[in-house]
Design a protein around this ligand. Structure first.
Ligand code: SF4
Length: 271
């Protein structure tokens, strides 16, 4: 069988439960929309669009208030744009209001970090508001694809500064923990970046939007591990597409207090 084009999330799904991978990526059964997924998309769109705002009339006296108003307006705009997706998650108005307010808190938290960086550059008195905004604007939502490894990924933000490349992924997770699956995601991004630009990015990290930015240096070990995990999935999926060859991994991630795996009913993990 031909190699499939994998992604950090398909590889992490395979590692979590092969049967889940089978349902999602081989049978391509539909997955359900949930509030965490939809809200994640909304907040990502806000942070992507933020750097497109027109700052030509911003000055030193009003830039903070204008940036703050802009990010608030962007969230309101995106929330409306995603209305049909939000209605599919079957949630009461009160619950949706809670998630909207929580999302606003995340955007403002990110804005506070942005303003700190902005102020630092402004304090040097060497650049205008517009020049600083341009300097802070990262490469956004860039697709990276490796033909050699048959893997691809969309990187939320790449900051290029003083010859260094910093790769950042935004997460709305409840816990700010750089767990194994996140390390693998960042390792795959490092591999993709290295293949395209001929060098490993200096740093990779996650902006936990409820909390803060956490960065770590990227290194050869991460690249080696990414290659190993990519090869492991290819060697399985090129050999077989039989359901029985994709083992169930029955864990608390099959069903928990407030939800269940998208394929729980068809999988019947407990018989
Ligand atoms: S219900 Fe559990 S065993 Fe079944 S596919 Fe989902 S995670 Fe895997």
């Amino acid at each position: 069988m031909a190699k499939r084009v994998e992604s950090p999330s398909s590889i992490n799904t395979f590692k979590q439960c092969q049967r889940k991978y089978y349902f999602q990526y081989i049978e391509k059964l539909p997955t359900k929309k949930n509030i965490h997924l939809v809200r994640g998309n909304i907040v990502h769109s806000v942070l992507e669009d933020f750097y497109d705002i027109d700052v030509s009339k911003f000055d030193e006296d009003d830039y903070q208030i204008k940036f703050r108003a802009a990010i608030q307006q962007l969230l309101v705009h995106q929330w409306k744009k995603y209305q049909s997706n939000l209605s599919e998650v079957n949630m009461s108005e009160d619950k949706l209001k809670f998630y909207f307010e929580e999302s606003m808190m995340m955007c403002i938290n990110w804005y506070n970090y942005f303003i700190q960086e902005f102020k630092k550059l402004l304090s040097t008195k060497q650049k205008t508001i517009q020049e600083i905004f341009h300097e802070l604007t990262p490469i956004r939502e860039e697709e990276y694809r490796s033909e050699q490894h048959s893997v691809r990924g969309f990187i939320d933000a790449i900051k290029l500064n003083k010859g260094e490349a910093h790769i950042i992924d935004y997460k709305t997770n409840a816990r700010s923990e750089i767990k194994e699956s996140i390390i693998l995601q960042l390792s795959i991004y490092s591999l993709l970046y290295q293949e395209k630009h001929g060098k490993i990015p200096e740093q990779v990290g996650i902006f936990f939007l409820r909390d803060k930015l956490k960065m770590l240096p990227s290194n050869e070990e991460m690249i080696k591990n990414a290659k190993f995990e990519i090869e492991a999935i290819h060697s399985h999926t090129t050999l077989t597409e039989e359901k029985g060859d994709y083992k169930k991994n029955i864990t608390p991630l099959c069903k928990w207090r407030t939800g269940q795996c998208d394929f729980y009913d068809i999988c019947k993990p407990r018989g």
